[in-house]
Design a binder for this molecule. Structure first.
Ligand code: PLP
Length: 285
């Protein structure tokens, strides 16, 4: 396995950053995960636009020209012979003696890119079974619209889900409305067949898969309402599902151990999943 670190392609075991990297010490960095499907990197420009925004919000400079990054991503995917899987990239503010304030003069930001394979058949089987989720109180900061590597609440929530035999955790506000999953956006299908997903304000991450699923839903003739919904409404819904580059569209069949509808994946979620590859932007790796 080969990974990219600050200008070099290295065997994965040698792909290292310094102990005084601010990503390591302060989670002072951002990341992106793109799906690789059938040899294409999916929705790359959407992911790079969001990366640009995340960097801007944290005043981290691009470590290289933006137009160079797609070539590095493609190179890492190709060198690892990934046809189906993920490409991960992370940019931190860089290496500097530990001090909370930004280093002055500024250091060069660190960039790492890695890719790994996944099994599309296993993902399909998972989608045909659906996943279970638990709900947890929202306890994150109010800028989760920035895709930072500061993911400790998400890590703890996902572990809690795992301990409960579930696959994802939904963050829920005190008013009972669902924010998003630990690494997914959330959707339901109402009794009258409308899709509902929470507005992408600063309270959730503006998912790139969420945006593509929006376009697919419109193509397939569904109405999409952007509004908050409660856990209770999700339990009464015809379907529930989550979206992310890592899972595409994944049906949710249990919430806090109670079934959604008949406890089986719904046709809307599966048809959106089916149409994803055709509608998403594809960059040849
Ligand atoms: N919400 C959170 C908190 C995430 O971490 C992610 C992805 O990692 C998403 C939503 C889904 O975003 P995307 O579709 O861009 O992968």
């Amino acid at each position: 396995r080969i990974s990219y670190v600050n200008g070099r392609y290295l065997p994965h075991a040698e792909a290292k950053v310094h102990m005084e990297d601010r990503g390591y010490q302060f989670a002072d960095g951002v990341y992106e995960v793109c799906e690789v499907a059938r040899g294409h990197i999916m929705d790359m420009s959407g992911h790079l636009d969001r990366l640009d925004r995340s960097l801007g919000e944290l005043a981290i400079a691009w470590p290289l020209e933006r137009r160079v990054l797609p070539a590095i991503m493609r190179e890492v995917v190709t060198r690892n012979r990934v046809r189906d899987g993920l490409v991960y990239l992370q940019i931190t503010r860089g290496v500097a003696p530990r001090d909370h304030a930004f280093p002055a003069p500024s250091t060069r930001p660190s960039l790492v890119v890695t890719a790994k394979r996944s099994d599309p058949q296993a993902a399909r089987r998972r989608a045909e079974t659906g996943i279970a989720v638990i709900t947890v109180p929202e306890n994150r900061w109010d800028r989760v619209d920035i895709k930072t590597v500061g993911l400790l609440p998400n890590v703890l929530a996902r572990q809690k889900a795992k301990d409960a035999g579930a696959q994802e955790a939904w963050f829920v506000d005190p008013d009972g409305t669902v924010k998003e999953g630990a690494s997914t956006n959330v959707w339901i299908v109402t009794a009258d067949g409308h899709l509902v997903t929470r507005p992408a304000d600063t309270g959730i991450l503006r998912g790139i898969t969420r945006a593509t699923v929006f376009r697919i839903a419109e193509k397939l003739g569904y109405t999409v309402e952007e509004r908050a919904f409660t856990v209770e409404e999700a339990l009464k819904a015809r379907e529930a599902f989550v979206t992310a580059a890592t899972t595409v569209v994944m049906p949710v069949v249990r919430i806090d151990d109670k079934p959604v509808a008949n406890g089986h994946p719904g046709t809307v979620a599966l048809s959106l999943r089916e149409a994803f590859f055709d509608v998403a932007e594809k960059t040849q790796a």
